[in-house]
Every structure is written in C-alpha cells, then in structure tokens.
Design a protein around this ligand. Sequence first.
Ligand SMILES: *Cc1c(COP(=O)(O)O)cnc(C)c1O
Length: 420
Amino acid sequence: MSDSTTSSTSGYFGDFGGAYVPEVLLPAIEETQKVWDEVKNDDAFWAEYLHYAKIFIGRPSPLYFAENLTKKIGGGKIYVKREDLNHTGAHKINNALGQALLVKRMGKTRIITETGAGQNGVAVATVCAKFGFDCTVYMGEEDIARQRPNVFWMENLGAKVIPVTSGTKTLKDAVNEALRDWITNVNDTHYMIGSALGAAPFPEMVKEFQRIIGREAKSQLRELENNSEILPDKLIACVGGGSNSIGLFADFISDKNVELIGVEAGGDGVETGRHAARFGNETDAKIGIVQGYKSIFLQTPDGQLRETSSISAGLDYAGIGPEHAYLHAIGRVRYTNATDKEAISALKTVMKYEGMIPALESSHAWAEALKQAKTMKKDEILIVNQSGRGDKDIFIVADALADEKWFTFLKKKASVYFGK
Ligand SMILES: *Cc1c(COP(=O)(O)O)cnc(C)c1O
C-alpha cells in the first residue's frame, strides 16, 4: 500500500527520520523492519487487516456531508471523515490493529506502549485482549491522575498500567520508560508506537496503517458526488504526533491541486509560549534527534524538550513525525494552529449544528475547517478529519464551560464515597 512520492525505504523523509537508537535496540529495530518489509507487499496480510478493520473496528467509517454547517456558513461544501465512529472512538485503533497483526507474524507474546491521555493505551489494550497478547502501558504519573477513566478501562481490559515518575511525569517520560523496557525484554516484546513517529520503520508503518482514512475518503467522495474523477479542494486534520493527518493526506500527496492543511495545538496562543505548535514559531522549534528520530522539536535553549500546553492531551507533545517535518520543509502541507478557545468554540458549533461531539483534538481541525469553508466557493469541497469522539473529554469540556450542574453532580458523587 505504499505511495512512491513519500515512501521511505531508507527510513528518511528528506533530511528527517532515521533510526537513532542505542546499539542494544538495533536487533529489535532490524527485526521490525524485516517483518514490515515482508508484510507490506503481502496481499494476505492486508486482506487480514481489512477483515478485522471491518468486523472489529467497524470500517469503512462514513464520509458525512455536514449539510447544516455548509448552509449556515454559505461557502464550500464540508465533508467529515468519521473516525470518531471507530471502535474505541478514534483513529488510533487502525494502527493498533495493524501492528497487532505484525506482532502475530513475529511470534512475540508481549506488547508495550506509551500513552499520554490514554487514548493510545486503550486502543492497544483492546487489540491485546482481542489477539491474546500480554500488555503493558507506560503512562506518566501526572497523566494517570488526570485521565482516570482511560486508566480504568485499560486495567479492566487486562493491561498493566505502569506509572512513570521520572522527569515531568508525562508522555515524553513514558516514551523513555517504554524504550528502557524494550531494551531489557526485546526477545519476546514489541513496542507498539502510537503515532507516526519514532525510529524507522515506525513512521512509515504507522502511516500505512492509517492510510485507510484517506483511501476510503477518496472513493467515498467520488461516490457521494457521483463523479469518478473528483478530488477535494482541501483536506484538514489536527496534528499531534501526526498519524491521523498523514493517514488522511497519504493518498492525496501526489494530487498537487489538493491543499493539505495540518492544525497544531495553539494552546493559550503561540505568542504566550504555552502551546504545542512545532511549526508555529521559528524560534522555539529546532531540528533535533530525540527518542530515536530526527525531526522538529520544541526545545529549550539548551536543547531539552520543552514543556508544551494544550487543552487537548492528544496534541500536547513537543515532537512531530519526521514526514511532517519534511512536508513542511518542501511546502506540500501548510501548518497552522488553533488555540484552546478556538477549539472549544468550534466544538460548540459542531454540536449545535450537526449533532456530533468531536474530540478536543479534532475540534482543532474543525476550528480551521470553519474558517476555510467561509473563503471557498459553493462548488468547492473540503474534508475535515474527525479523528475521535469527544465523550472522553467530558471533565475538561465541563471545566472549560464552567458547567455548574456538572460540578454539583461531581460533588454529590464524591459525597457518596467520602461523606460530606
Ligand atoms: C491521539 C489523538 C490525536 C493526535 O495524534 P496524531 O498521531 O497526530 O493523530 C488526534 N485525535 C485524537 C482523537 C487522538 O486520540
């Protein structure tokens, strides 16, 4: 399923990518590369992937015409790729499924992963339960405290969730611990990276497992528009590590007339320094080699990963997949950002007019989509990727909207357990 314009047999996308791992990890990386090279052109492997994508994830996810919003805005036609309707509620399961089938081929029995908000952890725990792998999830202590519902589900799905207490006790520290585990247990263990980043071959592999998003969208649009040649004018997706966006973009990268727009987390505004927009500001982001790959990272002046800030945990990371660094460098994808406030406002608009609850991550893509639609002609088309559903964000959104009834509910609930 690879695309000659950006396939990466070398593990590089232009200057970015590569596999910068400690020597003890080289055999694991080489084995992953070898099995990946075998399966990527193996029709039987992809038939199995498509089989489970259908019966376990619920694919294809619909491409949905947002008729009400299109009318209200009065510009271009807005289509929505509904990754929020996947089992577990986001696109991450596409990758977790693909890697689980890869691990089956390798004959390994144990899977480890990292998670920030817990979305990747839940997707991985789900496929581990389904395919019978032992599952360990590394998660920062801070994140565990903030994301109890996802921790609850991971543990009940049979995963061991290990709190990481080093560094800032967040995602980047969880990645370091997972790498340490992999080094120690490389014989029976696979590290299932959750986004299109890390050492080669992970960025390419994760992209190929997410490519299904754009591939489906392309043919669904042609069917809905009753036009076998038609292409969208713009594609819009949010960019954390970069997997849902590269999955949407991949089959359109060589369609030069399709504008590709990635939306990063603007946090409190790029000018405040509290954000996670790697391409938002030239002075904060520099080329670096971190956690196995060469890319653009938000860094302190002495080259450490900087703390980032976003209302959406899934976009709150200092690094970005190497292919995005490359697509940015060559100007094929335009990167912009949406602030926390703009994301919340877009979420409210989408709920009100379309009856959908996008994840806070996806609401960043929506913020840009609503702006773009306004500038487009009525016969022009944009597709926004709704990477996940927003139910998981209830604590954060209720806070942001200062919902008194929700606080009363929490107080009552707490008093049942702890007294008044
Ligand atoms: C994890 C997550 C993201 C960000 O990750 P990418 O790898 O950039 O796609 C976006 N949306 C949702 C719903 C997520 O769970």
